[in-house]
Design a protein around this ligand. Structure first.
Ligand code: FES
Length: 162
């Protein structure tokens, strides 16, 4: 299981887990650590997390499948989370979403053939005042238009080539 996480990171997680009253509090952190190193969380990652936390794989997987920033299948290098909640839909998210699918040549849940982008719908990103919004990695983009989406994708592609 060590290929999922370096030994020193496992040791650090064990220290953190030992310091909390309820190991469940750290399910997301442990899964994020696996994802950071592996790119996504395979079954073996859920099993590793469960073992570290003293929980069953099912208990860990319930959280993993609920939390949409944990990826249980392979994703591209950049994951585009497009908000599909009410404020964004009322401010034109549908056309933005359609445009993203056309530009990328993929449907929701798919990854571009170059492995760069995965497109996923998500619930409210907390940026309703800037709707429609999407998140790519740690970057939140608001007030999206078709033109702005083109510029953002070009910037993100350029950054990936560097
Ligand atoms: S509804 Fe889209 S950011 Fe809140």
């Amino acid at each position: 299981m060590s290929e999922l996480l370096p030994a020193e990171e496992i040791a650090e997680l064990k220290r953190q887990i030992a310091a909390v009253h309820e190991p469940r509090e750290l399910i997301v952190e442990v899964l994020q650590a696996v994802q950071q190193h592996h790119g996504w969380v395979p079954d073996a990652g859920v099993e590793l997390a469960a073992k570290l936390l003293g929980l069953s794989p099912l208990q860990v997987d319930e959280v993993a499948t609920f939390y949409d920033k944990i990826y249980r299948s392979p994703v591209g290098r950049k994951v585009i989370h497009v908000c599909d909640s009410i404020c964004c839909w009322s401010r034109g998210a549908e056309s933005v979403y359609r445009h993203l699918q056309q530009c990328l040549g993929i449907a929701p849940g798919e990854t571009t053939s170059d492995g760069l982008f995965t497109l996923l719908p998500t619930c409210c990103l907390g940026a309703c005042g800037e709707a429609p919004a999407m998140r790519i990695g740690d970057r939140l983009y608001g007030e999206l238009t078709v033109e702005r989406v083109d510029a953002i994708l070009a910037e993100e592609r350029q950054e990936a080539e560097v």
